[in-house]
Design a protein around this ligand. Structure first.
Ligand SMILES: NC(=O)c1ccc[n+]([C@@H]2O[C@H](COP(=O)([O-])OP(=O)(O)OC[C@H]3O[C@@H](n4cnc5c(N)ncnc54)[C@H](OP(=O)(O)O)[C@@H]3O)[C@@H](O)[C@H]2O)c1
Length: 293
């Protein structure tokens, strides 16, 4: 068996083309484009790169973007003031606070200060709370987990009635994706660092979402034939044969898994491109909600 390869670049391109058209129509109607405000504290190179990528993506699809950059030693008050500035800025419809923040910053207080109408990253406690409560619909859901769900749908899989295993329980990926799979009526098991034998759960999975940050952790012989694998893991590993001396791999042994799985995301190029696309989509949605109610 050779798995269907889930290519996030292809899906993201198609969705971004659609967002571009809708953004142009929005600007035509309202006289201004949808806008994203990004807050970056400190000089972490990875965070700086993510912010650059997000702003470039905004430009590509015709969204306005603005950034407030604060130094590593910024105070809580300065970060909250930056959030307030974007909350009050009528050109900004979505606010993204780039995480993680330096230790002196209370992240929860910062995320709670983002206007609910502009919470395009879906991390405001009210939106996360709504995700966790039956019968409540969050206004916005976090980008990476939403991207995972879109890719499952693209693979033609309805999670309802399926056994889903989520490896990892972080606030930004594992936990929200588990809540979304539960909402989609899968039977969900979450495995984490204290799970004694994750492989015993993975063997039962019809859907596996891996988000632990451990290269090639999931072995091919743990997999149920036909399983749909969404590999969020993005791990840089040394590879002397590669031009750059390294390569990116996921949390699942792709080479072994592709002969057993029904469908599997490619790494890189699977979940990564979807994350930015979901952020753009949420920003467009926020602009429509703010402009049209
Ligand atoms: N493509 C994208 O857009 C995107 C976006 C976000 C993240 N990522 C990638 O996704 C991966 C996870 O990111 P994250 O931010 O969620 O990581 P994180 O905050 O470090 O969380 C890792 C999670 O994995 C669990 N874990 C660690 N070792 C484990 C093991 N051996 N077995 C089972 N669970 C284990 C941890 O359990 P405990 O809770 O018990 O510590 C934790 O819940 C990383 O590779 C990251 O680069 C990709």
């Amino acid at each position: 068996m050779t798995a269907q390869l889930i290519d996030g670049n292809v899906v993201a391109r198609r969705l971004q083309d659609d967002i571009q058209q809708q953004a142009a129509a929005f600007e035509e109607k309202h006289g201004y484009p949808p806008g994203l405000g990004v807050i970056l504290v400190g000089a972490d190179p990875a965070s700086q790169m993510y912010v650059r990528m997000k702003r470039r993506a905004c430009k590509r699809v015709g969204l306005h973007s603005a950034a407030i950059e604060l130094p590593e030693d910024a105070t809580q008050e300065e970060v909250l003031a930056a959030v307030q500035q974007f909350n009050e800025d009528s050109k900004i419809h979505g606010i993204l606070v780039q995480l993680p923040m330096p230790d002196q910053i209370d992240e929860e207080a910062v995320l709670s200060a983002v206007s609910l109408d502009k919470d395009v990253d879906g991390f405001h406690p009210v939106n996360i709370g709504a995700l966790a409560m039956k019968g409540r619909t969050p206004t916005f859901t976090p980008a990476t987990p939403t991207g995972c769900m879109v890719l499952i749908e693209e693979a033609g899989i309805d999670p309802s009635g399926k056994q889903a295993v989520v490896l990892g329980r972080s606030n930004i990926v594992g936990l929200p994706v588990a809540l979304m799979l539960n909402e989609a009526n899968a039977t969900v098991t979450i495995c984490h660092s204290r799970t004694p034998d994750a492989s015993s759960y993975i063997r039962e999975a019809d859907i596996l979402v891996a988000a632990i940050g451990k290269p090639n952790y999931v072995k091919a012989n743990w997999l149920k034939p036909g399983v749909v694998i969404i590999d969020v893991g993005t791990n840089k590993v040394d590879d002397p044969s590669a031009e750059k001396g390294y390569q990116w791999v996921g949390d699942v042994d792709f080479e072994g898994a592709k002969d057993i799985a029904g469908a599997i995301t490619i790494v890189p190029g699977g979940v990564g491109p979807m994350t930015i696309t979901m952020l753009l989509s949420n920003t467009l949605k926020a602009a429509h909600r703010l402009a049209e109610g």
